[in-house]
Design a protein around this ligand. Structure first.
Ligand code: AMP
Length: 345
């Protein structure tokens, strides 16, 4: 996610090439956004919009791959879009839209399914893990990475910021695009993944061995971006540490304290091991973290409150984004249909 990420292998094919680097990121509207999303995805995307062509979409179709509440999806989608704008995403620079409002995602998804093996989809670790936790598995959970390939290939992007959990899916995207190009002629840009900086991973405050997430058990260890200041403070003060009582940076043996130092570093800048020397006790460290997180989230929360008073504005931004996305995507789908044999020209 981080702008300073390490590039994976260079793209191998090129359809219409553009001199500017284009990047895409999707956020799934399955819950409230949290500090991990801000540090790992939103901040790098906001910073990146000045250097790259930035495309951001709310992946509501992906949210349907597991059990969901119909009314909540729209609420989470609007809330997430509003937070992105409140955090500084500029709709005049970045393209922001909702996936289901651009039908070319599903149109290309089908064409790519015809270039993907059942075994390839079935081998995906995330499918195996997620399907093992459920009695009933939606077919869309199996084909999720093919829809993800469509999301990416639709926009001729060059770079995709990916965490470790998505790198296998991006590899499938590259495989399917390369195969499609080889079989039917150059159609898609084969994108490269950009790995996040290690410190971009925020861990759960109550269980620092698990990643902070939207759906972690009680939410006690997750700082949601719209949490009121007193809730943020309480969560930080209750963060799990260890019996050592001195502040030191040792992610392997002292993950709780290391997580607090990394959060502090991501708010203030600097490196966690250097910051450790400034604090004599856990109480001091936790107070500093609570203050730094609150100072970082306050302007976002205030701007969110303003924007939320006028949901019509956010909806207009999304409608305008969808229209622009449809225009871009229509070209790609046309190219793919022609290549695969459905259109003559
Ligand atoms: P998710 O909330 O899992 O849909 O993730 C949306 C984006 O936020 C992805 O790009 C993730 O890599 C990023 N992200 C999610 N959780 C964390 C976390 N705990 N630390 C850093 N980045 C995260």
């Amino acid at each position: 996610m981080a702008p300073s990420g390490t590039p994976l292998p260079t793209p191998t094919a090129s359809a219409p090439s553009t001199p500017v680097v284009r990047r895409i990121t999707g956020l799934k509207p399955t819950g409230h956004l949290h500090l991990g999303n801000l540090v790992g995805a939103i901040r790098p995307m906001v910073a990146g919009q000045y250097r790259t062509e930035t495309i951001v979409f709310l992946a509501d179709l992906h949210a349907l791959t597991v059990s969901h509440q119909p009314a909540q999806i729209r609420e989470f989608t609007l809330e997430q879009a509003t937070i992105l704008l409140a955090a500084g995403l500029d709709p005049d620079r970045a393209l922001l839209y909702v996936q289901s409002q651009v039908p070319q995602h599903t149109e290309l998804h089908y064409l790519l399914e015809c270039a993907t093996g059942y075994g390839e989809a079935h081998r995906m670790i995330q499918f195996r893990e997620k399907s093992a936790q459920r009695d009933r598995v939606r077919l869309s959970l199996l084909s999720y990475p093919v829809l993800m390939a469509a999301d990416i290939l639709l926009h001729d992007v060059h770079e995709v910021p990916v965490g470790e959990d998505q790198s296998q899916h991006l590899e499938l995207t590259r495989t399917v695009a390369t195969r499609f190009n080889a079989r039917y002629g150059e159609t898609f840009i084969v994108p490269r993944g950009v790995l996040p900086a290690v410190s971009a991973r925020v861990m759960d405050l109550a269980d620092p061995t698990a990643k902070m997430g939207k759906t972690n058990a009680s939410g006690a260890g997750t700082i949601f971006l719209l949490d009121p200041p007193e809730v943020i403070r309480r969560k930080v003060l209750r963060a799990v540490t260890d019996p050592a009582r001195t502040v030191g940076y040792d992610p392997m043996r002292r993950p709780g304290v290391a997580n607090l130092l990394e959060i502090l570093a991501s708010c203030l800048g600097g490196s966690p091991d250097v910051l450790a020397a400034d604090y004599g006790s856990y109480a001091q460290l936790k107070n500093a973290v609570a203050e730094a997180v609150e100072a970082m989230l306050r302007p976002i929360r205030l701007r969110y409150t303003e924007l939320a008073r006028d949901p019509g504005y956010v909806r207009r931004v999304l409608a305008d984004g969808a229209e622009r996305a449809r225009d871009n995507a229509a070209d790609t789908v046309h190219r793919a249909k022609r290549a695969i044999g459905l259109l003559s020209h």
